[in-house]
Structures are given as structure tokens and as C-alpha cells.
Design a protein around this ligand. Sequence first.
Ligand SMILES: Nc1ncnc2c1ncn2[C@@H]1O[C@H](COP(=O)(O)OP(=O)(O)OP(=O)(O)O)[C@@H](O)[C@H]1O
Ligand SMILES: O=P(O)(O)OC[C@H]1O[C@H](OP(=O)(O)OP(=O)(O)O)[C@H](O)[C@@H]1O
Length: 207
Amino acid sequence: MNEQLTIAMPKGRIFTEAVDLLRNAGFNLPPEFDDSRKLIIDVEEENFRFILAKPMDVATYVEHGVADLGIAGKDVLLEEERDVYELLDLKISGCYLAVAGIPDTKMNDVAPKIATKYPNIAAAYFREQGEQVEIIKLNGSIELAPLIGLADRIVDIVSTGRTLKENGLVEYETITNVTSRLIVNPVSYRIKDERISELVKRLNEVI
Ligand SMILES: Nc1ncnc2c1ncn2[C@@H]1O[C@H](COP(=O)(O)OP(=O)(O)OP(=O)(O)O)[C@@H](O)[C@H]1O
Ligand SMILES: O=P(O)(O)OC[C@H]1O[C@H](OP(=O)(O)OP(=O)(O)O)[C@H](O)[C@@H]1O
């Protein structure tokens, strides 16, 4: 049976690469995917509904079952710990999470401050290192924090390394590599298994 599949797509950086991947896998995505402000795009020919979400929210839509599938960065999956299954490493939008700060500086001995958009990942990382830290949640421009004395270190995404370099910061430790993943709602996976397996198979051929 050809039930409709709803797929949550991350707006922003990952989007274009994800659309290219789906097109390479032979799915016919219309020009709306290249230039549109629409948040729901139905592709009747393929019986897909795409919803365009903030990257950090993709796993939330999938967990709640309003999307069957989603594409999300591994950073988001580690941070959010949503009840979803990871089906595929799509190997797109590669980057990594790192601890960075001002060169040749030590962290404060007592409760050093860590600024980050990823409070759960940062807390888990320093807990494993046996360090007691204070996490300061920011929503962007994380590199500002050590420069103006808000934090001893940051935990943030590094891709080209340009933002760190241009702000005179250095990387201290790598936490984990990040690529985008295909995720699925556990119930959808059971009841729409045929369609989902077909999608996974076609994507697998072009990854
Ligand atoms: N250089 C990078 N910086 C941040 N995220 C990156 C980078 N390279 C790849 N990614 C991936 O892209 C995702 C974030 O995408 P994007 O930056 O478009 O959204 P965002 O962080 O929510 O941005 P904003 O809040 O500015 O809209 C991350 O979850 C990560 O998996
Ligand atoms: O290593 P690079 O290639 O320089 O990429 C890393 C930078 O990109 C992201 O910021 P983003 O551009 O999303 O801006 P933000 O400060 O609003 O999060 C990330 O938070 C780093 O600051």
C-alpha cells in the first residue's frame, strides 16, 4: 500500500544537501524546494509531504509522530535524546563538536563556565571527564562568550574552523563527529515499513 509519508526536513544549512540527496535517489522534488517560503510542501507524484522545521526541532516532530521520518544532525539527536530510531547516516553536512577557548588559558578551578547551544552534550562531556562545570546556554554567536569573559570555554560546532580562527580562539578537545541522519518514528516504522524500507534502500544506493 502506498501510504503517504511525512518527512521533516531541517531548514538552513542541511536543507540543500538533503534535497540533492533525495533527487539523486530518483525522487522528483519540484522547484519549490529551491526557492520558497512554504513550510509544508506536498509532492503528490511521490505521495510525500515535507514539513520544513528548525533543525533543532526535527526530532521533536518525529517523536510526536506528526512526521514519520526526519533528517537531523547527529548533534541534535545527542542533545535532544528523542524517542526515535536512527535509520541511516546520510553522510551530509559534516562537522564536529569541540571544546574551544582562548589560547593558553586554564579553566577556572572552581566551577568553570562553559557556554554552548548544546547544554546536555556539554554537561555529559564534562561529567565524563570528572569536571564540575557551570553550563551557560546561548542560542548563537557562541564564540563571543570567552572573548568577553562570559565563559572559560565553549562547546560548539566546528566545520571549516574559520569562526574560531577569525576570533582568535583555539580548539582544546574534539567531542564527536557530526553528520546528518535519517530518523523514524517507531510506530511509523512498524506500520509503514514497506514504504520506509524502499526509501532507505534508494537512499543507501546514493550515499
Ligand atoms: N558550520 C556549521 N555550523 C552549525 N551547524 C552545522 C555546520 N555544519 C553543519 N551543520 C549542521 O547543520 C545543523 C544546523 O543547521 P543551521 O545552522 O542551518 O541551523 P541552526 O543552527 O538552527 O541555525 P539558526 O538558529 O542560525 O537558524 C546542525 O545541527 C549540524 O548538524
Ligand atoms: O568552523 P566554521 O566553518 O566557521 O563553522 C562553525 C560556526 O558555524 C556555526 O555558527 P552559525 O553560522 O550557525 O551562527 P550562530 O552563531 O548563529 O550559531 C557554529 O556555531 C560556529 O560558530
